[in-house]
Ligand binder design. Structure first.
Ligand code: FO1
Length: 307
């Protein structure tokens, strides 16, 4: 079994390649710090992005939402003057309605996610990082807000001063999360935001310790290419928090548990410096334009794991 740590769009695109090049069982540990309650519904964007992508129904241009979805419900809500800044499509709303109803009945997010995965015919296990409520909050020079509000509503404006995982003190990773890290033959840290996506997973008790303790190889894929993310505000968050905004900066964040790190050809000049942090560095094309590139990148990760 291979375990992976995943955020949203970048991870899902990588996983699309991985499921095609390995016969190993996959456990995908997914960030839930981006989860938000809107219109009375519990939205788990990263869980849904991974499931929709692996089910082949994601809107591949945006990387989130369902391909060809309509927005009639949101349009109708606008008539009532509702502030609809998060684009929830009609089919996507069904997922959030279903999840919210089951949460209200006392089911755990991990159980509901497994039902959703199965309903969409996804074979890989999708493990929300926790069943407890964690909310990623961003403090900028414009105030404190939910990560989705910072990223989507305010389009990542304002200088980032701090990132807080609200609720993390009481949150526990699920047993499946810790067991999959302990049992995995190899672990992949997907090309996701190192602060809010992978950072939230690593902030849970026992996760980082289990990664440090495992004898299995761990490989990371840089989400930054030539100092910029393919998607999302990783550069603004890292820069605001005083970190080096480069593949090197990401490697520094993971250096206590990574055995290998995959960087883009454009970052070849960083190879020696990253290797000096104590990890093997593989240099390849990490821009996942199509399925071929996604599968190639996944093959490089598997080679680094030796599985
Ligand atoms: N991202 C946007 O930039 N704008 C949106 O309106 C938006 C809606 C949305 C709805 C459902 C969903 O599952 C994801 C959605 N996303 C949207 C993506 C999401 O905000 C982020 O990409 C992830 O949370 C970051 O990992």
């Amino acid at each position: 079994m291979i375990a992976t740590l995943a955020g949203g769009v970048g991870a899902a695109r990588f996983l699309e390649g991985l499921v095609r090049v390995t016969r190993e069982e996959l456990s995908i540990i997914v960030n839930t710090g981006d989860d938000i309650e809107l219109l009375g519904l519990h939205i788990s964007p990263d869980v849904d992005i991974v499931i929709y992508t692996l089910a082949g129904i994601v809107d591949s241009e945006k990387g989130w939402g369902v391909k060809g979805d309509t927005f009639h419900c949101l349009d109708a809500l606008k008539r009532y003057g509702c502030d609809v800044w998060f684009m929830l499509g009609d089919q996507d709303l069904a997922t959030h309605l279903h999840r919210t109803l089951l949460l209200k009945k006392g089911k755990k997010l991990s159980e509901i996610t497994d039902e959703e995965r199965s309903a969409f015919g996804v074979e890989a296990r999708i493990l929300p990082m926790t069943d407890d409520r964690v909310e990623t909050m961003v403090i900028t020079d414009e105030g404190k807000m939910h990560f989705q509000e910072y990223m989507v509503k305010r389009k990542a404006q304002g200088k980032v001063l701090k990132v807080i995982f609200k609720g993390i003190e009481r949150a526990r990773p699920t047993d499946d999360v810790i067991n999959s890290i302990k049992r995995a033959k190899g672990i992949i840290v997907c090309p996701s935001n190192p602060i809010v996506s992978i950072g939230a997973i690593l902030s849970l008790p026992d996760v980082r310790e289990s990664l440090r303790a495992t004898k299995a190889k761990i490989v990371g894929v840089s989400p930054l290419i030539a100092g910029a993310p393919v998607k999302g505000p990783a550069d603004k968050l890292m820069g605001g928090l005083g970190m080096r905004v480069s593949a090197y900066g990401v490697a520094e964040l993971y250096q206590d548990f990574l055995d290998a790190f995959i960087i883009d050809n454009l970052d070849l000049d960083l190879k020696d410096r990253i290797e000096a942090l104590g990890m093997r560095v593989l240099v390849t094309d990490t821009i996942m334009k199509g399925l071929k590139e996604k599968m190639n990148l996944a093959r490089v990760a598997l080679e680094a794991l030796g599985v």
